[in-house]
Design a protein around this ligand. Structure first.
Ligand code: ATP
Ligand code: MG
Length: 413
């Protein structure tokens, strides 16, 4: 893409009321825009990043048998009354609205109820199980605090997968597969080393659920990490009994702030019982379907990547989720040569942002650092004297000259 045609411009300053680092950098770079507290639009650069994250999650969900669908955001209260989750006393972050005739509707904050209800129409026998479905869909949550930028939106996209198994053993086996898939997702997004499988409260469904917590100062959660076992426990279950269960000793744990980037839950039969999701087993006996749910916020994940990968000049995107792989900067009177390199990169499907703007080198360098694309290529009269371009990784200080005929080859391998 030509930067001269890009919809956004970079900004020197983030809005004064924006206190979170991820949103400050993303707004300044032109990735997102703040509509109001906790409500962010994704702009062309940010949408590219979000879609790369979504593509990684989609691949890993498909690899464990997930089928993608897309449910509605508008919610029928009747379903939620059956599980007692319509009540604001029970769920305090609902956004609710009304039809013209005054009937109430909800805006989805999760989708266990409608999906369980939908499964009733498609599951009747043990032969119909197991089933795994997921979506990338907008959730609305009337979050009390929305000071963490895109880490905590009042409107945000969630990947939510729901598992339907015939029995607990089936759920347990799938749960382990989902755990492994989540690990791959966070590894691929470049935050694997900082992300710990964390034991958290299972709520009313089971003893524990598991969160994936990325260690980060901007996090709102407190976890206790066992480096030896490579796991952590959330503060909410940090007591002598969770410790004994897990064979952990208090002294060996390190306390850290962390961001919950994902959460997996064994739901058991709570929703299937309430909404009548049953199947006939091999003996013809009716049984409740055993369920699980598995969430990731791609926007929160993107914000976490930013929080963990930046310096005083801007964002430093890991390659797998960067908006482009190469940032090609054309300086001075080098149009013809720069155009040719841009053309050659495109011909080989090497994603490049081409800074062809009529502006100063200083501005181009500052914007390249702020936007944070992994590889910067500079074409100037100086480099052309050596039939070369200057290559610099955003994550390193050193530069090198690459001969023009070798540029495409460099990115192919
Ligand atoms: P938190 O405790 O941080 O509020 P949660 O327990 O409410 O999170 P879940 O309901 O399990 O989160 O949602 C699944 C995933 O969706 C989370 O792990 C997180 O990645 C993401 N998520 C949850 N709330 C938000 C939000 N307000 N903004 C962006 N992403 C969110
Ligand atoms: Mg929440």
């Amino acid at each position: 893409m030509r930067q001269s045609q890009l919809f956004t411009k970079t900004q020197k300053q983030a809005p004064k009321d924006e206190v979170s680092l991820n949103a400050q950098l993303l707004i300044r770079g032109g990735f997102v825009d703040k509509e109001m507290a906790g409500v962010y639009s994704f702009l062309p650069l940010g949408w590219r990043v979000l879609n790369k994250i979504i593509a990684i999650i989609r691949q890993e969900m498909n690899a464990i048998g997930g089928q993608e669908l897309f449910l509605t955001a508008l919610q029928n209260p009747e379903l939620w009354k059956k599980t007692k989750r319509w009540d604001d006393e029970v769920v305090d972050d609902w956004f609710k609205t009304k039809l013209k005739n005054d009937n109430e509707l909800g805006l989805s904050f999760t989708h266990e109820e409608p999906l369980t209800n939908l499964a009733v129409k498609h599951v009747g026998s043990y032969k119909d199980l197991p089933k795994y479905v997921y979506q990338f869909q907008t959730k609305f949550r009337n979050e009390l605090r929305a000071k963490s930028g895109i880490l905590r939106g009042r409107e945000f996209i969630m990947k939510d997968l729901y598992s339907f198994n015939a029995d607990q053993a089936g759920l347990d086996a799938f749960y382990e597969q989902a755990k492994a898939a989540y690990k791959k997702i966070f590894d691929r997004c470049g935050i694997g080393e900082k992300t710990f499988l964390t034991f958290a409260s299972g709520g009313s469904f089971s003893k524990y659920s598991h969160e994936f917590q990325a260690v980060c100062e901007a996090g709102e959660d407190l976890i206790y990490i066992s480096q030896k076992k490579n796991i952590a426990i959330n503060k909410e279950v940090h007591n002598d009994e969770v410790l004994a269960d897990l064979g952990l000793e208090k002294e060996a744990l390190t306390e850290a702030k962390a961001i919950e980037v994902g959460n997996i839950f064994k739901l058991g039969t709570k929703f299937s019982q309430a909404l009548g999701l049953k199947y006939k087993d091999e003996e013809g006996q009716e049984q409740n379907v055993v369920m699980g749910s598995y969430g990731i916020g791609p926007g929160r994940l993107m914000g976490t990547v930013v929080e963990l990968n930046n310096d005083e000049r801007g964002i430093v995107w890991p390659e797998a989720v960067a908006p482009f792989r190469v940032h090609l900067l054309q300086l001075g009177d080098t149009q013809k040569e720069a155009e040719k390199i841009y053309h050659d990169l495109q011909a080989q499907n090497i994603e490049a942002l081409f800074d062809d703007r009529d502006t100063t080198p200083g501005q181009k360098f500052a914007d390249a650092d702020l936007i944070g694309i992994p590889y910067r290529l500079v074409v100037s009269s100086k480099t052309l004297e050596k039939n070369s371009v200057e290559l610099k990784k955003r994550s390193e200080e050193k530069t090198e000259l690459v001969k023009i005929p070798d540029v495409v080859k460099y990115f192919e391998c």
